[in-house]
Design a protein around this ligand. Structure first.
Ligand SMILES: Cc1cc2nc3c(=O)[nH]c(=O)nc-3n(C[C@H](O)[C@H](O)[C@H](O)COP(=O)(O)OP(=O)(O)OC[C@H]3O[C@@H](n4cnc5c(N)ncnc54)[C@H](O)[C@@H]3O)c2cc1C
Length: 445
């Protein structure tokens, strides 16, 4: 009888690749370095919300800062000063937990991604960005200090002034420089849970860029784009802008989400026709060209969090994400080429997001964002087409002087990565000799 491959103890959000590893829970910062040290290489991990293999290490030891189902682990909030807005917490605390604490006290996180189920360690290690990148830059810009623990037990307090090179290498350093034990984050004041929202329908990249420029002062901007339709509907989308409501309202904590996708859908369910139908319904949900109103921050920032385990929609084989940024000087030709390659492939993605990155510098040596337009979307895994398409998209990105986001990647080649991030050799000097990841093995091969 052929042996079944071992079930991986830890999956990334894309559920691809599936790599088996020994998972060691860390409940306290002092649990690391492990005693005795493992025989394999190690990698710290958070909530596994990265899509590809940046949080995986086949046959290695994963240092898990959060328990399964996001329970327990290094999840403590340690200190908060309302006068400065500085919160100190362990690296395994999630952004959702911080919001539950901060919002009732009139504070909000300076940068949030499209899900609140990511840990502070993960947010720093990928130097994540949000809908306010054009005015606030990356998450790391709001982290004045953190502690890094190396595998030899050395503890480094890192800031822009102290161990500044370790600070820059760890921010966006994909967990390779050591374990982030705790961090300080500067929160910002709010007076309401609500977001004043405006949605504008657009057609084509030129109109998207014009809308982004016209709304450059809006705190949050992001667009949904239809990557299935062709002809007159090619590159149609909805541009969304939002601001924190300035009228004071009661600041309650969010209710727990109970809805969960209990099973893996059969892989064939997401196809060009079902996604095309979803896109048409979504686009026409907004009847007029412009719609405005006020919404709670949860559906505005985290619409996908309403359905836990939504990645099961892509079936057991998982999904591939692609996110690139193309610089302004490329005149949008590259983005149109990318969108055409996607529509031509017939591979469907209904979760496609377009956004402008501003020019605030990222603090990390390896941070992904740079000024330009970023596109993020996911594809079901179809052996015959998905990998070829991803290869083509990476090639277009390179040709147009852009780069891809490691947190969302499972396929870029070593040559592509090294061209996207030519500083990788300088960064390699900071990698902990006992640490490694499947991503790093792939892109430095
Ligand atoms: C629905 C969804 C929407 C998303 N939207 C966005 C978005 O808008 N913007 C964006 O930038 N990203 C986005 N992401 C990606 C996500 O924010 C990042 O991948 C984030 O890093 C995941 O954090 P995590 O806690 O799950 O970490 P993991 O995925 O477990 O790990 C991520 C990296 O952090 C390292 N790491 C984790 N903990 C530590 C630690 N304590 N010390 C050192 N290194 C550590 C790991 O080694 C790994 O390299 C999204 C993901 C999902 C699923």
């Amino acid at each position: 009888m052929p042996q079944k491959p071992p079930r991986p103890g830890f999956e990334s959000w894309g559920r691809y690749p599936k790599l088996d590893a020994n998972v060691v829970p860390l409940n306290w910062a002092c649990d690391f370095p492990l005693k005795p040290p493992p025989a394999t290489r190690m990698l710290p991990v958070g909530a596994g919300r990265s899509y590809g293999d940046v949080c995986l290490l086949g046959h290695g030891t994963l240092l898990r800062t959060r328990g399964p189902g996001l329970s327990g682990g290094m999840d403590r909030l340690l200190d908060f000063d309302p006068a400065t807005g500085i919160l100190c917490c362990e690296a395994g605390a999630t952004l959702g937990e911080i919001l539950d604490f901060a919002v009732p006290r009139g504070f909000f996180l300076p940068v949030v991604p499209g899900t609140k189920y990511v840990t502070v360690g993960g947010a720093i290690a990928n130097d994540i960005h949000g809908k306010n990148h054009h005015v606030a830059g990356t998450f790391g810009r709001h982290v004045p200090l953190f502690e890094l623990v190396r595998s030899d037990g050395r503890q480094l307090i890192c800031s822009a002034a102290q161990n500044a090179d370790w600070y820059a290498a760890t921010m966006g350093g994909m967990g390779l420089t050591g374990l982030i034990a705790w961090a300080e984050i500067k929160l910002k004041p709010i007076v309401s849970r609500r977001i004043q929202y405006m949605g504008v329908k657009f057609s084509g990249i030129e109109e998207f860029v014009a809308l982004s420029e016209r709304n450059a002062k809006s705190e949050y901007t992001v667009s949904w784009i239809d990557c299935v339709s062709t002809g007159n509907n090619f590159a149609r989308g909805i541009f969304m802008a939002g601001e924190h409501d300035s009228a004071a309202r009661p600041l309650k904590r969010s209710k727990e989400t109970k809805l969960s996708l209990p099973i893996d859908f059969p892989g064939f369910m997401l196809n060009r026709h079902t996604v095309g139908l979803f896109n048409t319904l979504y686009y026409n949900k907004q009847l007029g060209k412009i719609k405005s109103g006020s919404v709670d921050y949860e559906p505005f920032f985290f619409p996908l969090d309403r359905l836990r385990h939504w990645n099961r929609m892509y079936g057991k084989q998982g999904l591939l994400q692609f996110q690139c940024v193309l610089p302004w000087e490329e005149d949008h030709r590259g983005m149109t080429e990318i969108l055409k390659a996607i529509t031509r492939s017939g591979l469907a993605s209904f979760l496609a997001v377009l956004k402008v990155f501003g020019d605030l510098p990222s603090p990390g040596m390896m941070s992904f964002p740079k000024p330009g337009i970023t596109l993020a979307l996911d594809f079901p895994i179809r052996k015959e087409t998905s990998f070829d398409l991803l290869e083509r998209l990476a090639a277009i990105t390179l040709e147009h002087k852009g780069r891809m986001y490691p947190a969302k990647d499972a396929t870029m080649t070593a040559a592509q990565y090294q061209a996207f991030y030519p500083q990788w050799k300088k960064f390699a000097a900071f990698v902990d000799p006992a640490f490694d990841s499947a991503f790093w093995q792939r892109v430095t091969a």
